[in-house]
Design a protein around this ligand. Sequence first.
Ligand code: NAP
Length: 299
Amino acid sequence: MPYSDAGHAPVTVIGLGRMGQALARAFLADGHPTTVWNRSAAKAEQLVARGAILAASARAAAAASPLVVICVADYQAARELLDPLGDVLAGRVLVNLTSGTSKQARETADWATLQGATYLDGVILAFPQGIGTADAVLLYSGPRPAFDTHESTLQSLGAGTTYLGVDHGLSSLYDLAMLSVMWSVLNGFLHGTALLGTAQVDAATLAQFMKQGIGSMIEWISAYAEQIDAGKYPAVDSTINTHLAGMKHLIQESESLGINVELPKFVKTLTDRAVADGRGGDSYAAMIEQFRKPTTARP
Ligand code: NAP
């Protein structure tokens, strides 16, 4: 069910890869006059058929709208495109939906400000097919007035359009935090699937079984979040020492079944360090101290 907030504010989309095309389609679907440009012009064809205006150059595209959205492969590509356009961006709001780091976002914000542009950095927590729906989450950071001015246009991209704060680096940090969560869960699922596969249990069975486990995990993660924010880690449920014993079983089992053992060994290495730091009797939330330190060469 598309999320609808019909509007007539013009918008430009630079970069028409999988994601850029989805962004332009969503703006067009909501009635926004949409100017597009892509290095490989053929990717604009379907959008033009839907009513988009194909600009002759990136410069002409940027000049066409007060709101300019860019979404390309990475910041290097974005800056290669944007750097020659500084003068034309002056007085416009530039929204960069290209994925990157908080440092790249802040540097690009500084550059845009020098050009006289207003810069919002954004990230997309959705696949292209989710853009424009109630499920799409897009996060923005930068000056609030610019977000407020263009919020109704940006809402065309998804109902989960959210402003995070004035620090341009925030959106990237949220994005990368969520990727960290995602890969941890995915890798745990894959390792668990390899384990159960040795007993001919298929991946779909584990996926179904995980549903309930993940639901209750959210409950105790919230409790751990309170401990982390308070800086105190009482072992209400179980201690780090108890977790460590389970990790040893997981390593033994994985080794004896002949499957990859790197993931549980890595987790145990961090946990051993927490115990060495005197945290063995605390809750698992105390492991945050290991993640807050830079990576060191210690064993
Ligand atoms: P994509 O399909 O590979 O498209 C890449 C885009 O970048 C194309 O428009 C490409 O132009 C352009 N590009 C690359 N290098 C360029 C350069 N040097 N100069 C000019 N244009 C250049 O990637 P995508 O899926 O659209 O992803 C775009 C951004 O969205 C990425 O930062 C990605 O992390 C982010 N994102 C994607 C998803 C997703 O599921 N796809 C989800 C969230 C966030 P050509 O067409 O001319 O090659």
